[in-house]
Design a protein around this ligand. Structure first.
Ligand code: NAD
Ligand code: KPL
Length: 302
């Protein structure tokens, strides 16, 4: 049984694909009001290539008492540790928690909140967005890397992902993958917010991109992830080109007045740089400007 916390974009994408492959799934919703809305909707809807499919997946609130053996945590990074703390008493001995959060920092927070569980980290290039409550569009096929920095042994339940057609690989260096994605997000997302532009328009700011990429390379190297630093600047330019017409996830969050994951992206990078006493002026200045911008829009800095 997979317990899936968060019936948002990625939670729905995973729950519906697992359920249609015959894997038992139970959604964990915030409270009885949310469960009531879910029951009214009658299940989750996944829209793929314009086709909507409805899945009446079982759901319960986080306050239920059923033990949890395998938890897919599909909430934002800032919600991850509080959510797990709420569920800690339900985690069976030897439970696994699969963490879908972008960025870094929330994984350690979750591990502290549930020291009895095995935490498996994920980094995904899949894309999904909510069209309405309990209705999600599968917008971009991608790949998910999973790994556990403490234990190289892949879990047996990866077979469920294969059965569900969820493209994935077991990574022996998941932290490097997460650092690389974090670096890409730090180079691209804040600039799209500050310039209020699509990813592709960042091509008009080559010097800023080059300075940030070079500082991020230095940071990755000092943090022991030299491999993740290789070819970063070229990769930043490649991602900008490949996603030229898109608005970055942070831009979308800010435009829609939603809290961002800044503390787990640029905030985490700046904290790591300070720990290593690295003078990275462009990165620090970007962080300061982004915080001021969020503040001016009434959005939190954490
Ligand atoms: P989302 O906001 O669409 O969904 C999160 C859901 O979790 C919401 O429904 C929220 O109500 C729920 N939630 C939060 N706390 C809860 C709690 N205590 N109990 C029950 N439910 C709770 O977010 P998302 O877009 O699915 O993103 C999840 C993570 O995946 C983020 O870290 C994001 O950066 C990452 N990610 C998302 C995508 C994407 O395409 N959406 C792609 C790659 C990575
Ligand atoms: O991952 C991204 C995001 O929007 O969060 C991109 C823009 C592809 C890289 O930063």
């Amino acid at each position: 049984m997979w317990h899936i916390l968060g019936a948002g974009s990625l939670g729905t994408l995973w729950a519906t694909r697992l359920a249609r492959a015959g894997v038992p799934v139970q959604l964990l919703l915030r409270d009885s009001a949310r469960l009531h809305s879910y029951q009214q909707a009658g299940g989750l809807t996944l829209i793929e290539q314009g086709q909507a499919q409805h899945y009446p997946i079982a759901a319960q609130t986080v306050a239920d008492t059923q033990p949890i053996q395998r938890l897919l945590l599909a909430c934002k990074a800032y919600d991850a540790a509080p959510a797990v703390a709420q569920l800690a008493h339900r985690l069976a001995p030897g439970a696994d928690i699969l963490l879908l959060q972008n960025g870094l920092g929330s994984q350690d927070e979750v591990a502290r909140a549930a020291p009895q569980a095995r935490c498996i980290f994920a980094s995904s290039t899949e894309g999904a967005f909510r069209q309405a409550d309990f209705q999600v569009v599968f917008a971009g096929h991608g790949h998910t890397w999973l790994g556990d920095p403490q234990n190289m042994q892949p879990p047996a339940w990866l077979a469920d992902l294969r059965q569900a057609g969820i493209a994935h690989d077991w990574s022996l260096d998941i932290l490097s993958r997460l650092w690389r994605k974090l670096a890409l997000n730090c180079a691209i997302n804040p600039l799209t917010v500050l310039h209020d532009c699509r990813n592709g328009e960042l091509r008009e700011h080559p010097t800023q991109l080059a300075c940030l990429s070079s500082e991020l390379v230095e940071l990755l190297q000092h943090c022991g992830h030299s491999h993740a630093a290789e070819g970063l600047h070229d990769d930043v330019l490649r991602v900008i080109q490949a996603t030229a017409l898109n608005y970055s996830s942070m831009h979308q969050d800010v435009r829609q007045g939603r809290r961002t994951e800044i503390a787990y992206l640029l905030g985490y990078a700046c904290q790591a740089a300070q720990r290593h006493r690295l003078p990275l002026p462009h990165l620090y200045a970007l962080h300061t400007q982004l915080l001021a911008h969020l503040d001016s829009r009434g959005l939190p800095s954490h």
